[in-house]
Design a protein around this ligand. Sequence first.
Ligand code: ADP
Ligand code: 5GP
Length: 210
Amino acid sequence: MPRRGLLLILSSPSGAGKSTMARRLMEWDTTIRFSVSATTRKPRPGEEHGVHYWFHDHDGFRRLIEAGGMLEHAEVFGNFYGSPRAPVEKAMAEGRDTLFDIDWQGGQQIKQAMRDDVVSVFILPPSIAELERRLRGRGQDSDEVIAGRMAKSRDEISHWLEYDYVLVNHEVEATFADLQAIVTAERLKRNRQPGLTGFVRALNTEFDAR
Ligand code: ADP
Ligand code: 5GP
């Protein structure tokens, strides 16, 4: 039955586990489209243009905004980040879900523009000490960058009330099971199943024919 695609927004302080959850979701359901953000931040080792991010310089990024190509954009850690509009509109038209790994500012903007289609999930760390352990364990950032991310975490966490769902990420498997439950239930909402009207009409026709 045709379904209206979801815009699934995952936010968390950096290091709480949203990339891990995003990866698990897309392995679970390969029809989910990841919204590859544009950014002015430099690539980290192993990051590919068009896969993890679209990497732009400031001028290129500004041109994208001016052309109306961004669904939302925000400044995070001194760099610009934004979600390109066209792939999201394409996925919606095809009835596919789009997954966003974006901060609270982006989440707010997409919610304002497309409220009925948004499902937002905030991921909290079990503790601040564990958040720092995870950031260090990831082994991708210098001490200075980690300190910057930790300083920003308090601000990011202060937006937890703006989200539909909140998961405390103690353990990957348990958190992922909760996330699957959220996605499964949200897909079944009546207004996301436009084919139901015709389906029930057909049931009634079947009644009439008895
Ligand atoms: P984010 O995308 O929010 O910055 P990541 O998904 O990259 O966070 O996770 C940060 C680090 O913590 C990674 O090394 C990841 O493997 C690890 N991690 C994620 N979730 C858990 C968890 N529940 N328990 C322990 N380590 C975790
Ligand atoms: P990172 O540099 O670690 O990849 O991401 C830093 C922060 O930017 C994360 O909180 C991430 O969710 C956020 N972010 C990534 N892409 C976007 C985007 O397109 N828009 C917004 N608003 N935030 C983003």
